[in-house]
Design a protein around this ligand. Sequence first.
Ligand SMILES: [Ca+2]
Length: 205
Amino acid sequence: MKLSKKIMAFVGAGLLLAGSFGFASELPLVIYDDAVSEKVGDGNWDVQLWIPNYDKDKSEGSCSIMTGLIGRYGAFAFYFGEGQLSEIKGKKDNVYLCFDVKFTKKNQQLQVRFVDTDDGTKKNIPWRLAYDLKASDYKVDEWCKVEIPLASMFCWGGWSNITNTWTDIGSNEFDFTRVEKLEFAAEEAPVSSKFLIDNIRIIEK
Ligand SMILES: [Ca+2]
């Protein structure tokens, strides 16, 4: 797992300040506009392309992210502090994950998902709340606005990196009081080409 300096500092702060690190973010929460927000950390693994794109090709502002070349199960992710998304619990029906994306190939596909914390116990399984993002559902080679109602995302289980076990889920047990990260993961297949993403945020309507 390749972590940026920012996320390393973030993890360190989380360890050092455990107990005082839990803060809730007001909505809307900007995760990325022209840079990754100071309110979140970021990291990626098995992602060969992840660069700021300052040329004209962005959906707004001065910069977007050019990414891609992601191996199967590779992902880029944005990390939250303990309890940072707890405000969403109870009003999920009015909350949306939004971003702008420009695909370059019709076969590009990612799973976008919130992932809960993992402590290796059955009490805190890292449930995934997911949406399958497929270029085939959008136009290619132009910026598209994606707006995902959190109520439409599906909870399909959890993989623990501590116990190396998968747990199926029968009902929606995803817990917004302990979200660790938002991942863009090559779950079904590698993404062997580039694409652009911008303006990632969580909003309330
Ligand atoms: Ca931008």
